[in-house]
Design a protein around this ligand. Structure first.
Ligand code: ATP
Ligand code: MG
Length: 429
């Protein structure tokens, strides 16, 4: 069980823990009022997860951000449902292996069914489908992320953030219940599936994810997401993107502070270099990670891929010279798309990725600016394949000219000329 010295427990004792200690099995709801205050207050706990870029004792950091936000971005307070462990066990068919949707650092994610209004389990195929994430309780880091996730996602509502329906905290069990995202993660679509994700869907997804980040960064009390990556972008049936996993989210700098000093956590290949070096976190760290995801979407390559030749394993390092050169740019495009992409779209996405990945965080665009650019790339129909076809037919026409003159004789445009020739011949006779 978790160590009571961790500050996360302040929140748990006052909030979730108290309510969970009652063994009631009815649909419990608790108002989320001051959760962000406690949970977003980052503390240093042992047993860091695999997302810790440096072990705690090596982390290059100054003091952690202990200045909590005084209020939240809540537009309308939502009541989170409190599930019992037994309810979620039944909802997932006893956590059946064949209902596993995926596995992350936190633990397994299961598909389950619950009644529409409340926490009661439903028969598969009835009620509503949910995704149930079950924390492997192997240390405080996971527990702390669970707390932060409940705190942030319980308060933040936006069409591009995954909806947290409720949670379960009972003895050693920590679970989270989300809306079910039919098409799973962007990671699956980009890297695991055999059918390539069409260009128009890629643009739709990047725009949705950008709007989610812009929402977090906007407003008087910005939230820094800190774990922007393809596996945390979930897709509904229409490829609307929603950000999930707020376990590493952090309240942004307050007042005239420029950054938050914190432990370096995140995922290799996505974290901004200045954040990794100094522990100084700003919303521009998220913009950098967004640039990495843009590159993954453009190239179909993973941000880190140990299976590639040494010079190509780090996507940003490999792609940077191509991004800087307009003539080389199109060599970056995911070969699985063949020529089914917009020429202008690729140009703009590359330019955007280049600026998001700028080494100087101040030179990176804001997410609002990113949204503006991406909004203009919807529904472009200047497909590379069309320009390729028209170039081919132009070349064909040029090559065929001597022979072509034969066939053009039959063209209605040349009838006049035929007639003139015939007339000349007749005159000669
Ligand atoms: N709400 C959901 N609806 C549908 N599938 C989901 C949902 N949440 C998660 N998944 C699936 O479960 C997988 C694991 O998710 P999880 O967030 O636990 O780990 P991850 O993002 O892959 O890794 P990490 O722990 O580093 O964030 C996702 O990749 C996705 O396929
Ligand atoms: Mg995730």
């Amino acid at each position: 069980m978790a160590d009571n010295n961790c500050d996360c427990w302040t929140f748990l004792k006052r909030g979730v823990c108290n309510s969970s200690s009652s063994t009631t099995h009815s649909a419990n709801t608790i108002p989320r009022t001051s959760l962000v205050y406690d949970a977003a207050t980052e503390t240093r706990c042992p047993n860091a997860s695999n997302r810790e870029l440096f072990p705690p004792n090596e982390a290059r950091l100054s003091s952690d951000n202990l200045d909590p936000p005084t209020s939240t971005k809540t537009k309308s307070p939502r009541q989170l449902l409190q599930f019992t462990f037994q309810e979620l066990k039944s909802a997932t068919g006893n956590f059946r292996p064949d209902s596993i949707l995926g596995e992350g650092g936190f633990g397994y994610v299961f598909k389950g069914w619950i009644e529409e209004n409340g926490t009661a389990p439903a028969k598969p195929g009835s009620g509503i489908i949910v995704a149930v994430k079950s924390l492997k309780l192997d240390g405080l880091q996971g527990h702390r992320e669970w707390v932060v996730e409940v705190a942030f996602l319980g308060q933040l509502h936006h069409p591009n953030l995954v909806k947290l329906i409720g949670y379960c905290i009972e003895e050693d069990h920590r679970l989270l219940v989300y809306e079910f995202m039919t098409r799973g993660s962007l990671e699956n679509h980009l890297f695991r599936r055999t059918i390539p994700l069409p260009w128009s869907n890629r643009i739709k997804i990047t725009l949705g994810a950008a709007k989610g980040l812009a929402f977090l960064h906007g407003g008087p009390e910005p939230v820094i997401y800190r774990d922007f990556k393809t596996s945390n972008i979930l897709l509904d049936s229409e490829y609307n993107a929603k950000l999930s996993d707020f376990g590493l989210a952090k309240a942004g700098p307050q007042g005239d502070k420029t950054h938050v000093s914190t432990r370096v956590v995140g995922t290799y290949g996505y974290a901004a270099p200045e954040y990794v070096m100094t522990g100084h976190l700003t919303s521009k760290s998220d913009v950098y990670s967004f640039g990495v995801v843009l590159l993954e979407i453009l190239t179909g390559r993973r941000s880190m891929d140990k299976k590639r030749p040494s010079g190509e394993q780090n996507l940003v390092t490999w792609a940077r010279p191509y991004l800087a050169d307009k003539r080389k740019l199109y060599q970056l495009v995911d070969p699985r798309l063949e020529l089914n992409y917009s020429l202008k779209g690729v140009l703009k996405v590359s330019q955007l990725a280049y600026s998001c990945l700028h080494r100087d965080p101040k030179a990176r665009p804001t997410m609002d600016e990113v949204v503006k650019v991406l909004s203009q790339l919807q529904d472009l129909n200047d497909l590379a394949i069309l320009s390729h076809h028209s170039r081919l037919s132009q070349e064909g026409r040029r090559k065929k000219k001597p022979e072509g003159s034969k066939s053009t004789k039959d063209s209605p445009l040349n009838i006049g000329k035929h007639r003139k020739d015939e007339i000349k011949l007749q005159l000669c006779k």
